[in-house]
Design a protein around this ligand. Structure first.
Ligand code: TXE
Length: 499
């Protein structure tokens, strides 16, 4: 079968995955397993092992041993960079296969999966540079008898707990940053979307990453995820997921006071001023809502529009949403993909009902759409929403947009910031002063002006308030996974303390 045919249709057989410890595959024989049904097609596509705490202990021991052997932590940044660049090349060579499995398990459109896999390679390339340039500080101003240096060293063994919405790109926004300084890793992908994280193990091994540095244990959050957070031989945990689970991870990580980096939920405002290019803004709002079917932590799910243009803007957004192509996830023209699980679909539609009960109008969408055997939710606009309604405060995590209006810049900021979350915000205006004032005032780790969900490896990601702790990506993303050591070095003969 040629390349194009192999990745063109849902496979006839279920793909079995083992798990990966110390450079070797462990098979699923005699183990409890979990079948994954593709959200876009309603057909079983993959099966993973439900690992146990004993499996995790083995993975952590392998990661610790590799760290202590210094096979990765002890080599130079240039050598680490060479491996990371080989990984990037290998990812690019396997874009079609990785994107295909990403789409099958998550339900995202294939064009989006391809873009995410290519972007993932970009993170490995960026981190090759970071591996070589990571440095500390020197203090040559302590006087003639003292010299100071601040060094950075890898934290050790990192536990990485990842979500189902962006399995490979979330991995790539963390893994190469973790590897750049020499750490070892134990990853637990979401039980629903483990394939590409497992496939990454072969890529890393073929690219020369020493055995034991990258380990993958699959399974559920309450079993394996919780055990990672609690594990006394893991030095740092990085978690991406819901704020509620993030709280549990943070509490469990106190067992050995491990470092923690958390990227959590969001309820992100799209603030549209009357002087914006309304056509551009409506397009951006439609994209920000429909990207990953709204199952996105930085989804622009609160539309905060200046009252004088609200009716006109609402019509523009509805027109855009009516043209979004929904359906067959392997069709390159599809823009809006499937909803990850039946339970999650019920949750999204439950919020639409709640919106009605709270007094909102369902202007468009609001219903489930079944095509190609998959489960989809039509892009939905709720108008007449107040910011104190539950639909405006809670993360719906689907293509459901809540429209609110404001009259002044101050009111826009008040609405934007009146949220337990602070992950992202978008500002649409052609007035530079207004854009800068709102950018400064808004409480959000990522802020966009006249665009939304833009980014790349260089700039950090993370949230204010209940959207998280720490930053991933950029130089800070590498530094996050290091410990800082402050060193004072005496020069010359000591002035005696005991006379
Ligand atoms: O997330 P969880 P779920 C939000 C979104 C969604 C809601 C629930 O609102 O509707 O969360 O989704 C692992 N200890 N986001 O239930 O539980 C789990 O196996 C340690 C926002 O899928 O946060 C998975 O690997 N780990 C978000 C990961 O945590 C545990 C992305 C995320 O699952 C665990 C996803 C435990 N006790 C959902 N319980 C974002 N910010 O992008 C579960 N896990």
């Amino acid at each position: 079968m040629d390349h194009a045919t192999a990745f063109a249709a849902v496979p006839e057989t279920v793909r079995e995955f083992g798990f990966f410890i110390d450079g070797t595959w462990r098979d699923t024989a005699g183990r409890d397993t979990l079948l994954r049904s593709s959200p876009g097609y309603g057909r079983d596509v993959s099966r993973v092992t439900l690992c146990t705490r004993a499996d995790l202990d083995e993975a952590v021991a392998a990661a610790r041993a590799a760290f202590k052997r210094r096979v990765w932590s002890g080599i130079g940044g240039a050598e680490r960079a060479a491996v990371l660049l080989r990984v990037a090349r290998a990812i690019r060579a396997r874009v079609e296969e990785l994107a295909f499995w990403e789409t099958l398990e998550t339900g995202k459109p294939i064009s989006q999966s391809r873009a995410e896999i290519n972007d993932a390679a970009g993170h490995f390339e960026y981190c090759a540079g970071q591996a070589q340039s990571l440095s500390g500080e020197t203090f040559n101003n302590h006087g003639d008898d003292m010299f100071g240096v601040v060094t950075r060293e890898p934290v050790g063994v990192v536990g990485l707990i990842n979500p189902w919405n962006f399995p490979f790109i979330v991995l790539a926004e963390r893994l190469p940053y973790i590897l750049a300084s020499g750490n070892s890793v134990v990853v637990k992908p979401s039980e629903m979307t483990s394939a590409t994280t497992l496939m990454c193990a072969d890529i890393l091994k073929e690219s020369g990453l020493p055995d034991g540095v990258y380990n993958v244990v699959t399974g559920t959050g309450p079993e394996v995820g919780q055990a990672i957070a609690e594990h006394r031989d893991i030095d740092m945990v990085s978690f991406t997921g819901s704020t509620r689970t993030g709280e549990a991870v943070l509490k469990a990580s106190a067992a050995n006071f491990k470092k923690a980096s958390l990227e959590l939920g969001g309820k992100n405002p799209q603030i549209v001023f009357a002087d914006a290019d309304l056509e551009d803004a409506a397009d951006g709002v439609a994209f920000g809502l429909c990207f990953n079917a709204g199952q996105c932590c930085v989804s622009g799910s609160r539309l905060v529009v200046e009252e004088s243009v609200a009716e006109r803007f609402k019509a523009l957004v509805v027109e855009k949403l009516s043209k979004v192509k929904l359906g067959d996830c392997l069709d390159p023209e599809t823009q809006l993909g499937a909803i990850v699980s039946e339970q999650h679909c019920d949750k999204i539609l439950g919020y639409v009902d709640l919106g009605r009960q709270e007094g909102a109008d369902v202007v468009c969408g609001g219903e489930r759409v079944s095509v190609s055997g998959g489960r989809f939710v039509a892009p939905t606009l709720l108008a007449g929403v107040r910011n104190d309604m539950r639909v405006a405060r809670e993360e719906i995590f689907g293509p459901v947009l809540c429209l609110m209006t404001f009259r002044t810049v101050e009111e826009a900021l008040e609405i934007a910031n009146d949220s337990p979350y602070g992950l992202a915000a978008s500002i649409w205006t052609k007035d530079i002063d207004k854009a800068l004032r709102v950018m400064r005032g808004v409480q959000a780790g990522r802020t966009w002006v006249n665009t939304t969900i833009a980014g790349g490896p260089g700039q950090p990601l993370g949230g204010f308030k209940q959207s998280g702790i720490g930053r991933e990506g950029g130089r800070m993303g590498v530094e996050e996974y290091t410990e800082v050591k402050s060193v004072h070095i005496a020069i010359g003969k000591r002035t005696p303390w005991v006379k």
